[in-house]
Design a protein around this ligand. Structure first.
Ligand code: PB1
Length: 331
């Protein structure tokens, strides 16, 4: 053993919980949590989502029941997904119909929870009869031009119904610019855009597709969601969306893409969201059920990791639990 004195004793730097909080890469507050919420077409519905235990599709008449306990615990933001039952066609017509679940939900939530930030997912997949996130040409290929016009119409309708933020998750080229122009045309410049910019063709969306009944009826989404191997392409997509007017950008999924989160964070000057998707949610849930992990410590560790990677906003189905757990997350 050399007689050299070790001057830097790391244990001294994190032996107390306050010291550990000093070491934390940024704090995590309840304001940074966004809870994805499924709105069913039947007003009185409360439908269990088999693939996502403890998650439900809620009818607009039961949104108060769903959200009062969470708002009391400090929930500040929800991300709304409509789940239409039968009304699907080639133009995604029901997406912005006056009685579509998201518009009805926005009207209820704006009145009942005036302080809640309302974000709406903007996509076509739940409303098209083929389940793709785009309108298609006769030959089945993506009709990008028609798709972004349709997405802009839907975003405008949701903004007019009370959405504070519209979040295009479709991955069509130039949809952010199209939505931005439409919002400005309708004097909706106060509506923010959160773009799902770096969204990958992931295997972790399965439970969501059951929840939202939005799986593609043929093929897959590799033609418009980023390849999991694409690191540079993610940055190009983020640059493009910010240049077209995105106020916030997102990396999705979250856990398997923490390098992308860090790459993007180092590059941009707008808040960065990450989406801990349905497959990540289910994986943690079932691992805990199997006794492989402790759910609370594992979920908190994942969120701390996403914060360390650079995320500022956490879209997670574990929001209800984290509203309780966040008190002492740096232990
Ligand atoms: O939790 C999740 O899995 C989110 C799925 C996500 C919702 N924006 C999309 C992924 C997909 O099904 O391809 C839906 C696409 N608009």
């Amino acid at each position: 053993m050399s007689n050299k004195i070790i001057y830097h004793h790391l244990h001294a730097e994190y032996g107390h919980d306050v010291l550990r909080s000093w070491q934390a890469e940024g704090n995590i507050s309840k304001n940074q949590l966004v809870y994805p919420l499924f709105i069913a077409e039947t007003p009185t519905a409360k439908e269990e989502i088999t693939a996502m235990p403890n998650q439900f599709r809620w009818g607009v008449d039961r949104l108060e029941e769903a959200l009062v306990p969470l708002v009391k615990k400090g929930l500040r933001s929800v991300l709304l997904f409509g789940v239409p039952t039968g009304k699907k066609d080639s133009q995604a017509s029901f997406a912005d119909a006056p009685d579509t679940p998201v518009i009805k939900g926005l009207q209820v939530l704006r009145k009942r929870f005036p302080d809640l930030l309302l974000i709406t997912d903007i996509c076509l997949c739940a409303y098209t009869n083929h389940g793709h996130c785009a309108l298609l040409h006769e030959n089945g290929l993506i009709n990008n031009k028609a798709s972004i016009q349709r997405l802009a119409d839907i975003a405008t309708a949701y903004a007019q119904a009370g959405a504070h933020v519209v979040a295009p998750s479709d991955m069509m080229d130039s949809r952010v610019g199209a939505i931005k122009m439409a919002l400005l045309k309708h004097d909706l410049e106060r509506t923010a855009i959160m773009s799902y910019s770096a969204k990958f063709a992931s295997s972790f969306y399965g439970p969501f597709r059951e929840a939202a009944q939005s799986a593609p009826s043929f093929g897959d989404r590799k033609a418009y969601q980023l390849p999991p191997s694409a690191r540079k392409l993610a940055l190009t997509a983020v640059d493009r969306d910010i240049s077209e007017g995105a106020n916030f950008v997102m990396v999705k999924p979250a856990g398997p893409y923490m390098d992308i989160i860090r790459d993007v964070k180092n590059r941009i000057h707008v808040p960065l969201a990450c989406y801990q998707v349905s497959g990540e949610y289910a994986m943690l849930h079932h691992a805990a059920r199997a006794g492989a992990i402790d759910l609370k410590t594992a979920v908190i560790e994942c969120i701390i990791g996403l914060r360390r990677a650079g995320a500022d906003i956490f879209i997670t189905y574990y929001t209800p639990e984290l509203l309780d757990w966040l008190k002492k997350y740096t232990e």
